[in-house]
Design a protein around this ligand. Structure first.
Ligand code: NAD
Length: 424
């Protein structure tokens, strides 16, 4: 038995959506919940001291009814160990299926990784490259531009993606196949706008939510939890839409500044001092005070499990855009709903990243590359439609946005499955 099994969690969400849609058939429920394939591989690596070390890697391919599997590769060592990691990648691959369906991109869900923490274990560059290429070799038969397209995730970067692409190309007759993987550096066929994708996507979602609630973004106050890639760019783009950032935080603490501060000034300050804490004119506050500050838009953009039932009771925002994965505990959802706060769930709010990954793959397949604005505009179309479709379903079924996004996704995957049927 796995404690706090993430895959059981993912399965429950699928079953809940099936309940709302009215799918009672046990076979279809299982079909939607279970991954199509989970590959577990042994990766022998010659370490710098000459000894051989065996690593364990995974690739879970959840569903490809709408298109090739898509999802990250993480190098991580969750507390529950290797067995927990297997369940975790299964769950994450399931969430990728739903995420791609919500924004209506023709891709399915996958996820994978290696049980290793390259930061704490201090692997050398050579060891890391041998490990990455060894893993790429082991999964090479099941990935490909029309099969399964991995991307970076926790503790992996464009460098590892390039090594996987190169290994795959050399194993396949030395062909150039940039479309086998996304999140590549620009010089290797990466896409413009990838670096801002998640924050920009979250800002587009907030804009749509504000329209739905008739909130004027030009006078809106925004609080950012975290000040990394996702939250910083969400702040920058909301600022461009006229809003004011009045709070921010990072691993060193949280601050509020009544009058608001330009995000680029905060970035400069953090760059110089290592934290947003101490920013001139700001007041240092607790995490709880930051999250429950009076504002229009709260962007939890750092960690999971931040909004507990207790915090939910004291929330004073109108919109929550979950740029981070899983920032709200299930116990908080009913309280938030009762307070009529509109939650843009993670699966939609942070889907800008996978949208632009999709656009990177399209550009690779065409061999023709778009400008920053062209990429951003295409992402805007997908994510805006995803929000509107989910919002309409939430009204139709009288359910919250978290349930509505799952219903939307499950309906879309089911529609593709019904078209294809089962063969062989
Ligand atoms: P990041 O490493 O760039 O930034 C994380 C930020 O969180 C940092 O500013 C860090 O100081 C801050 N932080 C850490 N501990 C904190 C604490 N206790 N309190 C407040 N802040 C704290 O990471 P990121 O890429 O921005 O990812 C953040 C979240 O967004 C994660 O949940 C990630 O899974 C999710 N996400 C990111 C992307 C993306 O493309 N960047 C895509 C999808 C989802």
């Amino acid at each position: 038995m796995i404690k706090n099994d993430p895959f059981a969690n993912a399965t429950k969400q699928v079953n809940d959506a099936c309940d709302i849609i009215g799918i009672a058939d046990k076979g279809i429920r299982e079909y939607l919940a279970m991954p199509n394939k989970v590959l577990r591989v042994k990766i022998p690596v010659k370490m710098d001291d000459g000894k051989i070390r065996i690593f364990t890697g995974f690739r879970s391919q959840h569903n490809n009814d709408r298109g090739p599997y898509k999802g990250g590769i993480r190098y991580f060592n969750p507390e529950g160990g290797v067995e927990y990691m297997e369940r975790e990648v299964m769950a994450l691959s399931s969430w990728m299926t739903w995420k791609c369906a919500i924004v209506d991109i023709p891709l399915g869900g996958g996820k994978g990784g290696i049980y290793v923490n390259p930061k704490t274990e201090k692997l050398s560059e050579g060891e890391l490259e041998r490990l990455t290429r060894g893993f790429a070799f082991k999964i090479s038969e099941i990935i490909g531009p029309g099969k399964d397209i991995p991307a970076p995730d926790v503790y992996t970067t464009g460098k590892e993606m390039t090594q996987i692409m190169d290994t795959y190309g050399k194993l396949n007759g030395n062909i150039s196949t940039p479309g086998v993987i996304t999140g590549k550096p620009i010089s290797m066929g990466g896409s413009l706008a990838r670096n801002v994708a998640t924050g920009l996507g979250a800002a587009y979602c907030v804009r749509e939510a504000a329209k739905a609630l008739k909130i004027n973004l030009k006078t809106a106050k925004v609080v950012l939890q975290g000040f990394g890639n996702a939250s910083t760019f969400a702040g920058i783009y909301l600022e461009k839409m006229g809003s004011k950032v009045i709070g921010a935080s990072d691993s060193k603490g949280s601050i509020l500044f009544e009058k608001g501060a330009p995000v680029n000034k905060l970035m400069e300050y953090k760059e110089k001092t290592g934290s947003v804490v101490g920013f001139p004119g700001s007041k240092k506050v607790s995490t709880e005070e930051l999250l429950t500050a009076k504002c229009d838009v709260l962007i939890p953009g750092a960690l999971e499990n931040q909004i507990t039932a207790n915090i939910a009771k004291n929330l004073k925002c109108k919109i929550i855009a979950e740029a981070a994965n899983g920032p709200t505990l299930p116990e908080a959802d009913p309280i938030i709903e009762q307070k009529k706060i509109l939650v843009i769930p993670d699966i939609l709010a942070n889907s800008g990243g996978v949208c632009i990954s999709y656009l990177e793959w399209v550009q690779n397949n065409m061999g023709y590359y778009w400008t920053f604005d062209e990429v951003a505009n295409k992402m805007e179309t997908n994510i805006t439609k995803g929000f509107k479709d989910a919002y309409a379903l939430s009204k139709k079924h009288k359910i919250d946005m978290r349930k509505a996004t799952m219903v939307l996704a499950v309906e879309r995957v089911l529609e593709a499955f019904n078209q294809k049927g089962i063969w062989p």
